[in-house]
Design a protein around this ligand. Sequence first.
Ligand SMILES: Nc1ncnc2c1ncn2[C@@H]1O[C@H](COP(=O)(O)OP(=O)(O)OP(=O)(O)O)[C@@H](O)[C@H]1O
Length: 652
Amino acid sequence: MKAHLFLNAPKALLYIDPFTNQILEFNNKASALFAIDLTLKKAPKLTCLTATKIFNGCLDKLIHFTQQVLEQGEAWSNDLFIIVNGDKVYLDITASVVDNKLLFSCQDAKLTYSRYHQAIAQAQYQAGIVHWNANETIFEEIERQNQLLLSAVGDGIYGVDVNGNTTFVNKAAEHILGWTKAELVGKNIHDVIHHSHENGEHYKDVECPIYAAFKDGEIHSVDDEVFWKKDGIPVAVEYKSTPVTENGLLIGAVVIFRDITERKNIQGKLLNAIKEIDTLKHRLEMDNAYLLEELNADFNHHQIIGQSINVQQMVNRIELVGATNANVLITGESGTGKELIARAIHEVSERKARPLIRVNCAAIPAELFESEFFGHVKGAFSGAVADRVGRFELADGATIFLDEVGEIPIQLQGKLLRVLQEQQFERVGESKTRHVDVRVISATNQNLQSLVRQQKFREDLYFRLNVFPIHSPALRERAEDIPLLAKHFIDKVCVSLNRPQPHVSLAQMQFLTQYDWPGNIRELENIIERQIILAKSNKISFTFLAKESLKNKSYANKTFTDDLFSDAPISHDRLEDQSISHDHFLKTTIVPPLMSASAHKLLEKANVENALRQCKGKIYGEDGAAEILGLKPTTLSSRLKKYGLNKNDYIN
Ligand SMILES: Nc1ncnc2c1ncn2[C@@H]1O[C@H](COP(=O)(O)OP(=O)(O)OP(=O)(O)O)[C@@H](O)[C@H]1O
């Protein structure tokens, strides 16, 4: 049995007599390893088979090892080798002393090593599986969390491969566009959601920023485009297409997008609000500039004073028409308060939040009318150095007051008619048509119907302007209002001059009421101002008016001689003592009241000419003819027209 075990042991065994060098026994594995002829076994003694023969390439090592085994009882070596087919084959040898002989247990060292490494690999593999299992669980958890995150984010996310086919769709993307993951995965993303621009024009895929990312490897961000929903409706989006690489190779892109509809709506509203603010700001600036002009022109905002039937009827008509949008034509002599009426109409209308825009047609040179009414663009004519807003544009949403409307040149009347009919016009030098909503109130002291007959005023324009006529009665037609008006002006002047209220006796008031006021309410106002300045010890006197009436009567009987056509214009400084400075007196024109109409005109014309001569053609400002005559410069301008006078003829 023992012999059988020895013979079939799994390693090559050599039983060696260290003293005779002879191999006493060897088993089957040894026979194979050392290529020992098995027939030797049958020989009585293995005399021919020696240890040194087997290990003859490394005898020194064999001797050393043998001694080690003998000394220690056992030893191990991997230094010894044998030659097999010319190659060294190192052996892994464990040896021990058995009955004073040596038992070598040998094995090809390569086999030992390979088993050793196999064993290590096995051990590592065993350990690795456990490790891998753990990693796999972690990866699964990360993946699960990633999926949760990708589903939870509010932005839509698509994954696409290098062919543009969808590989991934998150919940938000499904929600925003309505395409499910199943409907999109594997489909070309551009063809499904990005095929057209917002205006419906085809979106070429070569221009698609989503694709661009996996073509050029760059991130592509787009602020404002549309993706198309499943129901065919475009959704405004901003998106970013980021390239995805693996081992340096572009393998696709991730598209992250956001629905910006709400934001765009808010932006739109904001833009509209800003535009509206700009328009309002612009309008406010225009209004301010206009109001400043008016302030500089020393405009006053009196209320209509008077209780006479004539005034009551007039006020009724103002209230009646005020609330409507009807055009109003106010007629009446100069200084009867036509402008006051226009303001009152505007004030009772719904347009009162905006200023009344006043245009004095008598003061505009013919060639500038169109620009004044409708504005012009820079360079439209020489002198047009900047764009200018016309009065009609300024009055958009408000009321325009065309004072002295009879002065509008016939050639411009057609354009004015168009604004009245269509509320449309163009600035001078511009083809763009502008639309306005303007109410027109006009005033005249001329007989427009007579102008129509003379073909100086268009009949159709006259009817357009005269939708609702209001007549402003002359002061002589409302004489009973004189005390009220006088009190009103005394209060006003005393406040502005910081004077104490003067005492007006009944007798003095009678002088006022009995005087025939050719210059109307403006004349009354000016005389009161002058007399307050002249008043001594708080007493105001109007006795001179009686003298004046008498004088006027004598004027009426007199032929027009030296006095009427003298060089000095007729003014209040000729009516009173000269103890007060000239400036205070030159406020009004007193025209004798009892003259015939033609004599009146002749005198008025002569008076204007004298004033022009004295002022060397200067109309406006200090020492101007208007100031000397006590007229508004605009009224004087219209009188120049009326009498065919040219201020330039008086320049010298
Ligand atoms: N009823 C009134 N109550 C108080 N003040 C009045 C009244 N009527 C006119 N006035 C005053 O008389 C002056 C002249 O009035 P206004 O300028 O309105 O007259 P007008 O008819 O427009 O004159 P013109 O034809 O010369 O332009 C103004 O100072 C105005 O305030």
